[in-house]
Design a protein around this ligand. Structure first.
Ligand code: AMP
Length: 271
């Protein structure tokens, strides 16, 4: 990546297709994310800009986002390829990430966590129904729109899954399922279930269930599957966390089953 991004200061603006490219709003592993405005409609969008030589790194993300159409997943509007850069124009989520929200506002009460958690479940379950596994679910990749609705983002590590198990080890360590650390072939959707469980834990407590001084120690804790659940959380909530953060992937429920869980449905029309 180098020259283009090094030469482009945050204040430089330019046009690509029907869009005016504005200020930077984030940096990912493969490129920069900027705010952009559709010239005819003045609609604000986010644009991920990646050097063309790194196209292979975002090909899977483009494929996945083109396949997905869900209210809680960032919509990909258009991809423009200039031979030097790839521009991915996406729905803009102006309220930042769930990670920033927890840092600013503290952990959610159980009552307040339910609605956004249901939206996370709905988004990831939909991906699984479309045979796409995200593999990097964490609060940094969960964006919030103006109404604080969830917009699942960053499908850079996503993959299509079929009958066979997956083998590529990837993700963000504290959110990765134990089977990944055991270097075993794994069922894609089950590693997302684990990560969604860790996200729920973080939403409710503000901290992570497994923390180590280094990767070796973190791996040891994750493989042990032993984690502390604060007594302040309700019994149904304990049970849900234990179901999702289960080291035995075979006994970890699918998201379809989690969506019928008692805690998830408390206060909804289904309960
Ligand atoms: P990513 O490369 O997808 O990990 O994005 C890097 C950062 O850019 C994210 O952590 C967000 O802060 C920001 N970002 C990415 N996509 C969007 C979006 N659609 N709307 C608003 N901010 C975004």
């Amino acid at each position: 990546m180098a020259d283009f991004f090094e030469d482009t200061s945050a204040n430089v603006e330019w046009h690509i297709g029907s869009y005016r490219i504005l200020n930077g709003i984030g940096k990912g592993s493969f490129g920069e994310v900027r705010l952009a405005r559709h010239i005819m409609t003045s609609t604000e969008v986010a644009v991920k800009i990646v050097n063309y030589e790194d196209y292979a790194d975002v090909a899977e993300e483009i494929y996945s986002l083109q396949e997905l159409n869900h209210p809680n997943i960032t919509t990909l509007f258009e991809v423009i390829n200039t031979h030097q850069q790839v521009y991915m124009f996406m729905e803009y989520a102006p309220e930042g990430t769930l990670h920033e929200y927890i840092r600013k506002c503290g952990p959610f009460s159980e009552k307040k966590a339910r609605a956004p958690f249901r939206q996370i479940l709905s988004a990831v379950h939909y991906c699984h129904q479309k045979n796409i596994v995200h593999r990097d679910i964490k609060p940094e990749n969960i964006l919030l729109d103006m109404g604080l609705n969830i917009k699942l983002a960053d499908f850079g590590l996503s993959e299509v899954f079929m009958e066979e198990k997956l083998t590529t080890v990837c993700g963000t360590n504290p959110y990765m399922a134990p089977e990944l650390f055991r270097l075993e072939p794994y069922e894609g959707p089950k590693v997302d279930v684990w990560s969604v469980g860790i996200v729920l834990y973080k939403m409710l407590t503000g901290v992570l269930p497994f923390v180590g001084k280094n990767l070796e120690e973190l791996t040891e804790y994750i493989l042990s599957g032993v984690f502390f659940i604060p007594y302040s959380l309700s019994v149904p909530c304990h049970k849900l966390l234990q179901k999702m953060i289960n080291i035995d992937a075979g006994r970890r429920p699918t998201l379809g089953i989690i969506m019928q869980d008692r805690w998830v449905n408390t206060g909804s029309q289904r309960s």
